[in-house]
Design a protein around this ligand. Sequence first.
Ligand code: C5P
Length: 396
Amino acid sequence: MDLAGKKIILGLTGGVACYKAAELTRLLSKAGASVQVVMTEAATHFISAVTMQALSSKTVYTDQWDPRIANNMPHIDLSRDADAIVIAPCSADFLFKIAHGACDDLLSTLCVARPIQLPLLVAPAMNVEMWQNPATQRNAAQAKADGVTLFGPDAGEQACGETGMGRMLEPEQLLEEIVAAFQPKLLSGKHVLLTAGPTFEPIDPVRGITNLSSGKMGFAIARAAREAGAQVTLVAGPTPLSTPYGVQRIDVQTAQQMHDAVMAHVDKQDIFIAVAAVADWRVANASEQKLKKNTQGDTPQLHLTQNPDILAAVASLPNRPYCVGFAAESENLTQYGEEKRLKKRVPLLVGNIGHQTFGKEDNELMLFDDNGHTILPHANKRQLARTLIAELARRI
Ligand code: C5P
């Protein structure tokens, strides 16, 4: 679980988006976090403390003078063993309070009284004009300058009927941001390009040659790179996987399209990770019309021609990024992995231990570089992707 053992204070302030905080509480709990809800008085007009208490299974605090707290210091006690304070939704008024260090209710006092290294993560939610108001923009800039992290806001339709910037991020997006906030920013400012998934080589308009790659490992690495602070572009073959939050995705079908998309984006990349299971061949005589069976039982003759090797093409560029290749071998990985690394002329090659990884949630990897090989032990692909990003960051 992405947030196992994390203690999060979830602060709600006055805004319609309070309804999204209910779902966020569930998602945080499902991710393994314990959630302590604190609400401003205004927030209680939008969602009841009872609802938030039922969802978080913890007493909800709304008042600095709550007689249930013996020492009357909830603003100190609550934050001392927390791992982060999340304000979602954060109203324009509360953003002002954060920017100015106001302490006129429990939640604002709690923010000011937090140990300064305790992350304060804020999801603004307000009407478009309120967000664009120069005063709000000043407050947002001041909060950022003080080390507060802002998630969003997003643009779109608003509860008031107007459209524009100011929508709070969706609960799923906030969860991704909160998980990412706990990851070390090992690739901060780096540009990472990846390929992932299978390719599909048409035989005719309804048939084609593909493989069993699910794209899970590549998508997990894209997510982990983004969590580590990189700007990530993901060139994906056909897969139903949803795009990792914050990642730019380019969908392609064939190896040639994947090659062209990679070449169009490879400039200014610091790292290229080729995870895709690219078809080695395509059908040279693919038919524009659907092939028909005939009564004589003749079978169509498919002529195959070789696809471009995308990884080799990137690795031979004069200004090449740091290149990482993948290998799925059915046997002799230790030998073939190193041979493939040298053949492709990449500094790092990642071998799937066992070729039965396609579609699975778990994996085990062997890394080959100039110093030999090391094993990343069996783990969930998401976790493994983070370890791989850490290994990569160490090498570049
Ligand atoms: O040559 P082989 O397919 O075994 O090499 C696998 C590695 O090369 C993977 O990183 C894969 O993404 C990449 N590759 C590629 N273009 C191809 C074939 C493989 O980028 N046409």
